[in-house]
Design a protein around this ligand. Sequence first.
Ligand SMILES: *[C@@H]1O[C@H](CO)[C@@H](O)[C@H](O)[C@H]1NC(C)=O
Ligand SMILES: *[C@@H]1O[C@H](CO)[C@@H](O)[C@H](O)[C@H]1NC(C)=O
Ligand SMILES: *[C@@H]1O[C@H](CO)[C@@H](O)[C@H](O)[C@H]1NC(C)=O
Length: 367
Amino acid sequence: MLTIKRLTFSLLLLFYITTSVKGSGQAAQPAKTCTVNLDLLPLQRWNNFTSSCGFNLTKGREIINALIKSVVKPEVIELLQDVGAKLDDYLPLPYSDELRGLSSTLGLPLGDLVILNLLYDITAYDDSSSKACTSIVASDKQNKIIHGRNLDYQMQPKYLREITIQVDFQRNKKSLFMATTYVGYIGVITGCRHGAFSISGDERDKGKLWKNILTALNGGKSTFFAQRMILEQARNYEEALQMAINTPTIAPVYFILGGVKSWEGAIVVKDSGKVANVSLLGSDLKHPWYIVETNYDPWLRPPATDDRRDAAINAMNKVGKNNFSPQQLYNVLSVNLVFNKDTTYTTIMSAADPSVYHTMIRYDAPN
Ligand SMILES: *[C@@H]1O[C@H](CO)[C@@H](O)[C@H](O)[C@H]1NC(C)=O
Ligand SMILES: *[C@@H]1O[C@H](CO)[C@@H](O)[C@H](O)[C@H]1NC(C)=O
Ligand SMILES: *[C@@H]1O[C@H](CO)[C@@H](O)[C@H](O)[C@H]1NC(C)=O
């Protein structure tokens, strides 16, 4: 199984390299896959996670430090370091203990890891910075569902690329789900439970999110902890969809889901605390075989200044359902606008096919 996975991966890698688009002159690199054993106590789960993947912890520590210093205002750092000291009041198990374990593995103060885990929310308040993510769920000729996403982050994408990893979360020595994340970040923004469903989160910008940070901590319903919980608990697409709809998140967000059966796909639009709307794969009569979400409500036109949606739609239409494949989805996620200077990684996954979970770190992003 492992060997077949590796082989498939190498072949895909070859493909990626030979078809890689424009950019900085550097090549995209596959993310390392680290293992986390969920059968261990939360405090121990992250003790040894780099030994399975050879990630350089010293470098990770340096990058995380630089990242925090460069994107978070000093007064917010102080506030959150304080929160770190009283972690148990804010974060439930297992997350509080996982962060403690990580803190000693990485040799970083607990407060810094709290900041890192809230970075997405903390920095989202800056109205001037538009975030850009793209998620696509589509069915191929055989109605196999393939799900891909770009994670774009305007603040210091160069640092984030250095700490991008895949994590194989295991239970009973078997993979429970795969996730793509940043070292030190225990929530999940992109993940796949093979045989069941895949899920990705895109930012939904609704004003000054940072005011909600402390509320978000209270009860641990932070947006991307919710997504990790769905991956751990939902046994199939239907359960995942219901959880995505019903789990309140403090921050507004788009949850994009793909399943294993034809037409299992959805965009769940969330307001703070409740669901706003759900768009299902198949409901858009112009292109029923796929859904695209960037960072705008599906029923509204994206602004002309940031129309990544139509760039993706044009590229998807050019490929067509009959020629659609994981490789083609990677190409679509590499067209101009959809792929941009802020893109940190591209993940291609398919819940129906355990050989499909690949994250490429986009060192090839345009400058
Ligand atoms: C750490 O992981 C390596 C490789 O996965 C394994 O050989 C080693 O026994 C582990 N060490 C501990 C203390 O768990
Ligand atoms: C790990 O990173 C540190 C700091 O960037 C560097 O000095 C060291 O050489 C690296 N170690 C390996 C084994 O690459
Ligand atoms: C929400 O979605 C439904 C269809 O699922 C649609 O009829 C309705 O107009 C949508 N609401 C908004 C606010 O767009």
